[in-house]
Design a protein around this ligand. Structure first.
Ligand code: SP5
Ligand code: ZN
Length: 359
């Protein structure tokens, strides 16, 4: 299987994030992608290839150009302030009640702030999403990885894997969030629709709800979004991911959320997966984008499911049994010691290869 990787992610070298006001060691770190890359190389069944540059156009087909500009300008603006700062993390965010009673038109006319702290809140959701010197370039690299993975599949590969970092599925049209800056999977899905004229399905298997992907395609009838995730009543992103979010307008019925309880294990997860796969199989199209996270693993430090390494092989096998072309893109997963083995397990399953028996 071809796997797309770029060292450009190394530039997004974050060390700390903020959790309930406290500075803690970052979870979304450089070592994540490097451990997956090492495991793919050690397996021997993957051909690593670099991405090709795709430019801003496919990004701005999905995102507000203002978000892309903010990401580019953020670190230079921090440096101009001449305050020693390891990373830019906002502390003030626009919250709906601030604008209560004002008309949509008046709210929409509020200007983007000039101060970089205000801009970080304007374009952000949460304080666990630090921006450093290389964030913009790394995020652009991850988009190129996703689009190159799509190119491989459009060029005849049945399945290909993009080792995207930073991840993407929390990033909405005008908002970075949850370790994500640009929505790699959504950008690839939009490019796939434009390239094929077909309907496209996105299957989000990260532990968290992909609020950004849902938002981007909320009113779209040509992109179906299905997600299995920790119930937002207890889990980030807290405010979206409920089962009654089904899409609106042309997108009505084209959004499927399956929130799951704490402790969800292999069997319950496979049952939920069956629902999502049946919904995809019910719809036309030949291409599925998989937002793949391994934060569903039982030892993940920030999540509460209980999946095991062998089940990822079975999940990959079942997703491939849809008989559709697969663009598999990396999202989260924070248990470094098992990330590589879990990725290899999933991808071997999707590629029709045997699982690895482990002692
Ligand atoms: C792509 C992805 O998986 N993003 C996840 C974003 C999660 N953001 C909230 C992190 C909460 C961290 N909680 C730390 C608990 C330490 N015990
Ligand atoms: Zn996640």
């Amino acid at each position: 299987m071809k796997a797309v990787y770029t060292p450009r992610h190394l530039a997004h070298d974050v060390t700390r994030e903020t959790f309930l006001g406290e500075s803690i060691p970052a979870h979304e770190v450089v070592a994540r992608a490097e451990s997956i890359r090492a495991a793919l190389e050690a397996d021997g069944g993957f051909e690593l290839v670099g991405p090709t540059e795709h430019g801003r156009e496919p990004i701005e087909a999905v995102h507000d150009p203002g978000l892309v500009r903010f990401l580019e300008e953020a670190w230079p603006a921090v440096e101009r302030e001449r305050v020693a700062r390891g990373a830019l993390i906002a502390d003030t965010y626009p919250s709906r009640p601030m604008f209560e009673g004002m008309s949509d038109a008046v709210v929409a006319a509020r200007p983007e702030p000039e101060a970089i702290g205000g801009r970080a809140g304007w374009w952000g959701l949460d304080t666990a999403n630090p921006i450093v010197a290389g964030t913009s370039d790394a995020a652009r690299g991850a988009v190129d990885v996703a689009l190159t993975t799509l190119d491989l599949v459009l060029g005849g590969e049945r399945v290909a894997y993009g080792l995207c970092r930073p991840p993407g599925h929390h990033a909405a049209r005008s908002m970075a969030a949850g370790y994500c800056f640009l929505n790699n999977a959504a950008i690839a899905a939009e490019a796939a629709v434009r390239a094929t004229g077909e309907r496209v399905a996105i299957l989000d298997l990260d532990f968290h709800h992909g609020n950004g992907t849902q938002q981007i395609f909320w009113r779209r009838g040509d992109v179906f979004y299905a997600s299995l995730h920790g119930d937002p009543r207890r889990i980030y992103p807290f405010f979206l991911g409920h089962a009654d979010e089904v899409g609106e307008g042309a997108g009505a019925g084209e959004n499927l959320n399956v929130p799951l309880p704490a402790g969800t294990g292999d069997e319950a997860y496979l049952e939920a997966l069956e629902r999502a796969l049946a919904a995809i199989a019910d719809r036309p199209g030949s291409l599925v984008i998989v937002s793949l996270g391994f934060d569903t693993y039982r030892d993940d430090p920030i999540c509460d499911f209980a999946l095991t390494t062998p089940i990822y092989h079975e999940i990959g096998r079942q997703v491939a049994s849809l008989g559709r072309r697969l663009v598999v893109l990396q999202e989260g997963g924070y248990h470094l010691p098992t990330l590589g083995a879990n990725a290899v397990s999933w991808l071997r399953g999707a590629d029709g290869r045997a699982g690895v028996s482990r002692p």
